[in-house]
Design a protein around this ligand. Structure first.
Ligand SMILES: CC(=O)SCCNC(=O)CCNC(=O)[C@H](O)C(C)(C)COP(=O)(O)OP(=O)(O)OC[C@H]1O[C@@H](n2cnc3c(N)ncnc32)[C@H](O)[C@@H]1OP(=O)(O)O
Ligand SMILES: O=C([O-])CC(=O)C(=O)O
Length: 377
């Protein structure tokens, strides 16, 4: 019989399955994808190569790279039906809601949705990886009363996203900062949204359902939604001169401060130094008072939180203001996270189905004792 002492609330510390996709190492604040350190991948690989790595277990050869580029670039366009479904959403709907429905709709457009063979899963994963940026960019433009910009078939993944949002591609350092964020956001073992995707896949549901559920899970501010919450916090604070006192007051009031803390890392998120460096480089290139202001505030908040509480920033902390300074609206930040994490989610669905066992934990019943229905009911 289960006793309360055995319950692991939030599944904290529970080993739920094996995975060969990524290794999160809180002892050394490090992270590898298929054995490669994320810092190394960020410095030397395009996000497209990381996607290939996560799905296939190794970095692509030149031919593999060309094939995946061709597959991705040729499948970027979405149907008029997808755009029509999105047009039904209010301009005030959160773009994660629009994206969740649009991805679900991609599933019903695919005549082989239920095909979960290895080749079927790969094909559907590439299809979502290619189309999700188009959906995110089209929704951004729709909410601002603008027509979508057709995807390019020659630009790389990150450049094409800027092109579809703004009709132009910014300086290399800005594109590189974005591409690094894609690599760093791509995969992180059994986080809440990935575990959601694996749980859905484990009942032998289809991969579109798994991704739709994962999008819902990522939306929450304790998970992917934190990158938006960080930027709202920076805007609320307003000026670097206010940052230290704002943080001390928030700590005194026992507020949850978005972009700080992590279930697994207790002394620093492996991805933060790389993202922070890319953000800093971008601020130097942008060189505006606004960029310098947010950079300075970020530094003060980070130092104050670490000094006062010993709680470190997570990846959402530098990613939020970096996306803002790239020109993206705050509600796009979590959809941008989806553009990257689609690779990790689908790699996990493939891994789950290659050795499937239905995910079904036990619960410790804490309700009233068994009783009889009163007479007369
Ligand atoms: C990409 C990602 O998903 S990264 C995570 C993004 N999420 C956020 O940034 C949201 C803010 N952070 C948090 O809410 C938490 O740190 C989580 C949800 C990420 C991890 O939570 P848990 O592992 O459950 O840790 P828990 O919430 O129990 O925190 C442990 C202690 O640290 C404190 N703490 C943790 N994070 C924070 C924070 N951001 N602000 C203030 N205090 C915090 C808790 O209050 C708790 O203190 P206590 O022991 O005195 O009660
Ligand atoms: O691992 C987690 O719990 C959350 C996280 O950082 C991620 O999903 O990238």
């Amino acid at each position: 019989m289960t006793t309360e002492a055995e319950v692991k609330y939030g599944l904290a510390g529970v080993l739920a399955d094996d995975t060969a996709i990524s290794k999160v190492m809180p002892e050394t604040n490090s992270l590898t994808y298929r054995g490669y350190a994320v810092q190394d991948l960020s410095a030397n690989c395009r996000f497209e190569d990381v996607a290939y790595l996560l799905w296939n277990g190794d970095l692509p050869s030149k031919t593999d790279r060309e094939r995946l580029d061709q597959q991705e670039r040729s499948q970027r366009a979405v149907s008029d039906d997808v755009l029509e479904v999105m047009s039904r959403f209010s301009k005030h709907a959160h773009p994660m809601d629009t994206l969740r429905t649009a991805v679900s709709f991609l599933g019903q457009e695919d005549p082989t949705t239920e095909d979960s063979s290895a080749s079927g899963l790969m094909e559907k994963s590439i299809r979502m990886y290619a189309r999700i940026p188009t959906i995110v960019a089209a929704d951004f433009r729709r909410r601002n009363g603008k027509d979508p910009i057709a995807p390019s078939d020659v630009l790389g993944f990150s450049e094409n996203f800027f092109h579809m949002c703004f009709g132009e591609v910014p300086a290399d350092e800005i594109v590189k900062c974005f591409d690094i964020s894609m690599t760093l956001y791509a995969e992180h073992s059994f986080n809440a949204s990935t575990f959601t995707a694996r749980t859905i896949a484990s009942s032998l549901s289809d991969v579109y359902s798994a991704v739709t559920g994962a999008i819902g899970s990522l939306k929450g501010p304790l998970h992917g939604g934190a990158n938006e919450a960080v930027m709202h916090m920076l805007k609320e604070i307003g000026e670097p001169a206010e940052a230290k006192q704002w943080m001390l007051d928030a700590i005194a009031e026992k507020k949850k401060i978005m972009g700080f803390g992590h279930r697994v890392y207790r002394s620093g998120d492996s991805r933060v130094p790389t993202m922070t460096k890319a953000y800093e480089k971008m601020v130097e290139v942008i060189d505006t008072p606004e960029a310098k202001k947010y950079w300075e505030m970020s530094r003060i908040l980070d130092d104050t939180m670490v000094d006062a509480k010993g709680i470190y920033p997570n990846l959402d902390f530098p990613a939020g203001p970096a996306y803002y300074l790239m020109g993206f609206e705050i509600p796009m930040f979590t959809p941008i996270f989806v553009m990257s994490r689609i690779t990790g989610w689908t790699a996990h669905v493939m891994e789950q189905l290659a050795n499937n066992k239905l995910i079904r934990p036990l619960s410790n019943y804490s309700g009233v004792a068994q009783r009889d229905v009163p007479a007369g009911h």
